[in-house]
Design a protein around this ligand. Structure first.
Ligand code: NAD
Length: 294
């Protein structure tokens, strides 16, 4: 019997790669329900999988912000069960906090936090009844450590950490394993898709010092995505490790180079070391002239 896998956010990036990889498994070990918010975007997935999916992949519409669409997708799973649920859909948001409208902020929480929770809620009762299941969530280093100009994104991903860690404690009693695949920068549409405050916006009202630091951050970010981002194949390998593990762990890290920074949070619980180190990585030393403007 194949493992039935349902993945959210499969029109691009990690979701697309994972769906293609699992559906192309030569021994047909998986039946993949690749879901996406907008079915008009299914072409890329179909082109990538190149016909290798005749009976191993079904594409379904599912918007994680729309409970009805999640229920509709669930009803279309002919096996009547999900063995592996992958909560992957997510959006980014960058910019000085004061430039985001509350609606924009709510939109990010709606997808990243409530979307993930809603999806888990919908499939959890069946998994509990069967005393069987795996829940995999695409996490982020931004869910473990704060990043400047990513306040809302990090808040949403920190919140996902809290939900998953809490669930993991209970769900082990139901033989259900929750795992977060913690990613650093990955080469996907994420960076172009993410909403960001544009410095070119004429109506942008921010002070000069914030503007210059944001500019510096954007340069840093662009160079990180250009030079240090992982390919989705690397992420899929980590996903496979979690899927195949006898007893999956709560957290898997795709990029060990980022761990020392995260460790600073544990070695200095008051937060000072992490804040100092992260600031050093991103910003050049404070400039006394610009500082004087604060
Ligand atoms: P991506 O933008 O290519 O993929 C995200 C997918 O989520 C898209 O296909 C998008 O259409 C989908 N999506 C957005 N809103 C949705 C909704 N309401 N319902 C259903 N689907 C929706 O980027 P990605 O890198 O593949 O992102 C996947 C996950 O990885 C996200 O949760 C993201 O936060 C996380 N992540 C990405 C990076 C990175 O650098 N790319 C780093 C850490 C974590």
């Amino acid at each position: 019997e194949p493992k039935v896998v349902l993945i959210t956010g499969c029109s691009s990036g990690i979701g697309l790669s994972l769906a293609v990889h699992l559906a192309s498994n030569p021994s047909k070990e998986f039946k993949v329900y690749a879901t996406m918010r907008n079915l008009d975007k299914k072409q890329r997935l179909l082109e990538t999988v190149r016909g290798l999916h005749k009976d191993t992949m079904v594409i379904l519409q599912m918007d994680v912000t729309d409970q009805q669409s999640i229920l509709d997708a669930k009803r279309k799973v002919t096996e009547d069960r999900i063995d592996v649920l992958v909560c992957n859909a997510g959006v980014g948001l960058m910019g000085p906090l004061e430039t985001h409208s509350i609606d924009t902020i709510r939109g990010v929480l709606e997808v990243n936090l409530l979307g993930t929770i809603r999806t888990i809620q919908t499939f959890l009762p069946d998994m509990k009844r069967r005393r069987h299941g795996r829940i995999l969530v695409t996490g982020s280093m931004g869910g473990l450590q704060g990043l400047p100009f990513n306040d809302v994104y990090c808040a949403s991903k920190f919140a996902v950490e809290g939900a998953c860690e809490s669930l993991a404690i209970l769900l082990q009693h139901f033989n259900i394993h929750v795992s977060l695949i913690e990613c650093g920068p990955v080469n996907t549409d994420f960076y172009t898709n993410l909403r960001r405050t544009e410095l070119s916006d004429d109506e942008l009202e921010i002070d000069a010092y914030t503007r210059s630091l944001y500019e510096e951050y954007l340069k840093h970010c662009q160079s990180v995505f250009q030079n240090a981002a992982q390919d989705t194949d690397d992420i899929i390998q980590v996903y496979l490790e979690a899927i195949q593990a006898q007893t999956p762990l709560l957290r898997y890290y795709t990029n060990t180079a980022l761990l020392p920074m995260s460790n600073l949070k544990l070695s200095s619980l008051d937060g000072s070391q992490y804040i100092r180190a992260m600031s050093k990585v991103i910003f050049s030393p404070p400039n006394p002239n610009t500082d004087a403007q604060i």
